[in-house]
Design a protein around this ligand. Sequence first.
Ligand code: GUN
Ligand code: FE
Length: 444
Amino acid sequence: MASTTDNTLRLRATIMQTPTAERLEVLHDVVVEVIGGLIASITPATEFLGEPDAVLDSNHVLLPGLIDLHIHAPQWPQLGTGLDMPLEEWLFAYTFPLEAGFADEDFAQTVWDDMVPTLLANGTTTGVYYGSTHNPATTALAATCARVGQRAFVGRVAMDHPDGTPEWYRDNSVEEALAASADSIAQIRALESPLVEPIVTPRFIPACTDELLTGLAKLAHDTGTLVQTHCSESDWEHQYVFDRCGMSDTEALDSFGLLRPSTVLAHAGHISDADMHTIAANRAGIAHCPLSNTYFGDAVFPARRALAAGVSVGLGTDIAGGPSQSLFANAAHAINASRQLEDGVDASIRADSRGVPESRIDAVTAFWMATMGGATVLDRPIGLLEVGRRFDAIAVRAQSFGDGTPPGSSADAPDARVFEKIVRLTTADDIDAVWVDGRQVAGN
Ligand code: GUN
Ligand code: FE
């Protein structure tokens, strides 16, 4: 497989990708020329003058790298466990005790050194991370992404409200929370990595006072930093904000000044049509976390309706609320969940009133969310292999069709079916190379 020491590369491959949420694009046997991490040209191999440095064989397909819009990094040790409670109990019983342990910098580094390479091996070339309230551990996460070579947005979590936090894991005051958040931005920027950016991170309204939320919005504005938070995740969380703020979560975040361009709103399963309009008008976006929503969301996020309303939607694992580190697994589940939303789930209800018509999404839309959808939310030139974007890509071994015939050599395997297999079935074992910004960072 292709191996380069710098971020200049000429790679011959067949590309599959989704320029829009409705369109699969297949570029058969092309040479992608990458100069300084930037895609400089994509040329049919038969017309390319010169020698490629590397060639993907016909069993492999080159895809844009996956963008995970929602990861709680310090929850990595509990991935796959502890999903037996509703969100508000799970936070206090399992999650806050675990996150509080990231005061220990050695422990934190051990976790980051396991997590970041594992996510890259799963095809996640960009991660949008919540750290903990600890600046040393959060900056170490950013430094690990920079060193290992993953594109990342890393946020120091701010949380000071006694309703939504335990007294042993909370910012002591608005002033301390704002100062630590500003320091964290400066520390991450001081790494001077072209791959890593800070992101302002109020955990969610139940964990933050009005003063902190207003202060963090001003910090994001003054420092030109993106924002991430949770929005209308569950019945409890959605109702809590109505009770406290007298308006929806979306409206409240907007009133605090947090609904900025590229603000990443996790979940949003309970938003109204008016909320969708507000999110789209502010050019914020949603991290759809389908596996997590199955456990905590109390509902299926209406992805198709949100896209039709003009909202930017990407995908998130929500590690560890969602029990998989794989965005492919989440893309597959996004399709499954949308089908259950469309059909309904309770057979005792008449079929014609059981579900929500026209809710289904397919593999093309799911993969678009995992790539271009995320890139659109973040407004960064990634998510698609085209001239002018950064070369973040993965080489995937395409699934055979059961007769041992690899799809690339099978004349009767239509591209759309090969692509469907990739979206639904790919695991880390099938990902043989990963590039970020033109540099190979995983695989052999
Ligand atoms: N809301 C506030 N904090 C969290 C968290 O850690 N996970 C999820 N899923 N939702 C949250
Ligand atoms: Fe979350």
